[in-house]
Design a protein around this ligand. Sequence first.
Ligand SMILES: [Zn+2]
Length: 383
Amino acid sequence: MRTILTGNRILQPGGAVVSGSLIIEDGRIAALEPVRFGPGEVEGRHIDAGDRWVCPGLIDVHIHGAVGVDTMQAASPDGLEAMARFLAGRGVTAFLPTTMTAPAEDILRVLQALAGCTPKPGESEVLGVHVEGPYISPSRAGAQPPEWIRRPDPAEYAAWFETGAVRLMTVAPELPGALDLIRYGVQRGTQFALGHSEASPEQVRAAVEAGANQATHTFNAMPGLHHREPGILGAVLTDDRVFAQTIADGAHLHPIIVDLITRLKGTRGTLLVTDAMQAAGLPDGDYHLGSEPVFVRGGIARNARGALASSTLTLDQAVKNVVAFTGLSFERVAPMASETPARSLGLFPRKGALLPGSDADIVVFNEDLAVERVILRGEVLES
Ligand SMILES: [Zn+2]
């Protein structure tokens, strides 16, 4: 089954915009033609996006849950089904379900459940798991349960990596053994994010040289920027090798800070994430994040200590927020949630691009920047 998607605003890498037709076959983009074919000119289903934005599918590399589902509860490959369906409808065509700081066997159980899982029709694709903690700084726990925070232990993490499901890991680089862990994981195709940390610039540089390539929710769960002690934040913001995960919900970061990050890191370095929990897509109420009770009021999630605990943000809303916070054009912002995450995982241009050979993961945004249509691995989602 062939689909022809024509439009005047098809996003290309780096924020370029072209007019033309995407020819979609067998789940891939077979061609991008510079002409807008009319109905019947090329055999197949014809969709005209007109002046709406045609973007690569969004990719969330940091998400704990949605619609009542929590990654820590995933006990089988089907455990995330409702979340994967919800995300697909919001234009998120691939994601990394994210674990919490927890006992070793709890993390292992999630990794085993999700290892090698293949997406079903209508479901966002699991690209692997983001293991957030437990190897983080006890003084920067944030919403991670402090009782399970510990130092990297090769006997423990070797079993996690053996599952083949660890795609990204958040680690505090100042911990003893952290650099060995990063080198070990990078050899196995895992990316590393630095976060929940009080690392010095020297410790950040050593971790990046060992292979780490991003910062976990930049500004959150790390010391603020000090002009004589720039710390992890100063190092992350000024190192072009580091992608800056950014939670643009308006609560985790003041809009001016989001603007600051995009000015320093650009489209290529600003990596939009939601850090969402199971209340995303649901009303205010009492929920859980891993084993911790979390209270959602006015869409903002806090734990019993009153600290921000994850979010209810969706990635399409994050894109809209960043356009509002920064005044940047949509074509500069949308790649921060599609092309940039794909690059950060080493998956570009198979993911995060609308190029011949790319997976046909496509989201169409209307003039109000709302998701209007989603194509998932070549399949047109019927809403
Ligand atoms: Zn998180």
